[in-house]
Design a protein around this ligand. Structure first.
Ligand SMILES: Nc1ncnc2c1ncn2[C@@H]1O[C@H](COP(=O)(O)OP(=O)(O)OP(=O)(O)O)[C@@H](O)[C@H]1O
Ligand SMILES: [Mg+2]
Length: 227
């Protein structure tokens, strides 16, 4: 039998460290939402699991790192994935840098990180993968050296993802990230700027996406002003 250790409990899923064929893995279990009609709940859950599985397959094909899916079980609503046991979330990584490095050094490190994030986002959008929930908790930093002087970025949490060529969807994806950064890393207001510049540099025909992003942002501002 599996022994499972609870890692996080989100709004829709519990994430465990478990085992599959004697290998450590991540088990993401989507639980029943009581306020939803059972049929609707089951449809949504299935869709989230499918979206996660599909997006991961697409990312890996596009050369973007994501946890390999090891097994999917629609009955138990569980998805078994590769576990990155040394990785920390990008959110933790940013906080760690800010609290341990000098101002000059943390600026360099954060800038490097943001350039790398821009490159990854450009890759997924070029492959028409919309993440749907871009936050610094949904990007993992996997160290290649113990002190994190070298690392790889891994994208996770694709339950809200979709396949779309639309610049609007891509623009919204960027906007979601900007909002997340502003609220989670308000002390580091430059992060998104650097990500966007890197994204723009990497992305062929990125202008349409950036234009849509700016429009979405304007709409958001207006909405906030109206209240
Ligand atoms: N493959 C993995 N390897 C290492 N840690 C992981 C992995 N997948 C998830 N985690 C950790 O578990 C946390 C929650 O995972 P995830 O973001 O997939 O779930 P969630 O946010 O609860 O999902 P949802 O938003 O779909 O309800 C991550 O922020 C990360 O800390
Ligand atoms: Mg998450």
């Amino acid at each position: 039998m599996e022994s499972e250790e609870l890692l996080t409990q989100g709004a829709e899923a519990r994430v465990y460290i478990g085992k599959l064929n004697d290998e450590k893995c991540i088990i993401k279990e989507r639980f029943i939402k009581k306020y939803r009609h059972p049929d609707l709940d089951s449809t949504i859950t299935k869709q989230r699991i499918k979206a996660e599985n599909n997006a991961i397959t697409r990312c890996l094909a596009a050369g973007v790192l994501a946890p390999k899916v090891l097994q999917v079980n629609y009955n138990s609503k569980k998805i078994y994935m590769e576990y990155f046991d040394k990785a920390i979330t990008c959110k933790e990584y940013i906080k760690k840098i800010v609290s341990t490095k000098s101002i000059a050094e943390s600026e360099t490190k954060l800038s490097e990180l943001c350039v790398a994030i821009g490159v990854i986002l450009s890759k997924i959008h070029t492959n028409n993968i919309i993440h749907g929930d871009l936050t610094t908790s949904n990007i993992l930093v996997d160290p290649k050296v113990d002190d994190f002087s070298e690392y790889e970025l891994i994208l996770i949490d694709f339950g809200l993802s979709q396949y779309s060529q639309s610049p609007e969807d891509k623009g919204v994806d960027l906007y979601v990230l900007e909002r997340a950064l502003l609220s989670t890393h308000s002390q580091q207001p430059k992060l998104f700027e650097i990500i966007l510049a890197s994204y723009q540099k990497q992305t062929q025909d990125g202008e349409a996406v950036i234009a849509r992003f700016q429009e979405v942002r304007r709409r958001g501002r207006k909405r906030n002003m109206v209240g």
